[in-house]
Design a protein around this ligand. Structure first.
Ligand code: SF4
Length: 103
């Protein structure tokens, strides 16, 4: 990572559970970020220290930061998501950079 890394580079991800099919692809690709809840739908979760359990963020539209080392896995999840419901956006201005609403 360059010293130029700034808040402008930071990304966050959210899932539109209304469209989630519950197939679990995202949780396979990036289990540190995505997890299926008891309702069978996927939710994001915040990063935690090794060995700790993260609480799923179950509020509609809840976002979790995308850790840089997991960016590729998160982007692949968004690409392969059958529900087209994983949205990755820039924290700085809310622009979607990966997902169904990205340019
Ligand atoms: S890949 Fe998409 S549709 Fe499948 S569980 Fe994850 S969010 Fe839901």
């Amino acid at each position: 990572m360059s010293a130029q890394h700034t808040a402008a580079d930071e990304l966050e991800v959210w899932i539109d559970q209304e469209l989630c099919t519950g197939d679990g692809i995202c949780a396979q690709y990036a289990p540190e970020v995505f997890e299926l809840d008891i309702d069978g739908l996927a939710y994001v979760k915040p990063p935690v220290a090794a060995g700790e359990e993260a609480d799923l963020l179950t509020e509609p539209g809840a976002t979790a930061p995308v850790p840089l080392p997991l960016l590729r896995d998160v982007v692949e999840s968004a690409k392969d998501c059958p529900g087209d419901c994983i949205h990755v956006r820039r924290v700085a201005d809310g622009t979607e950079v990966h997902g169904p609403d990205a340019d």
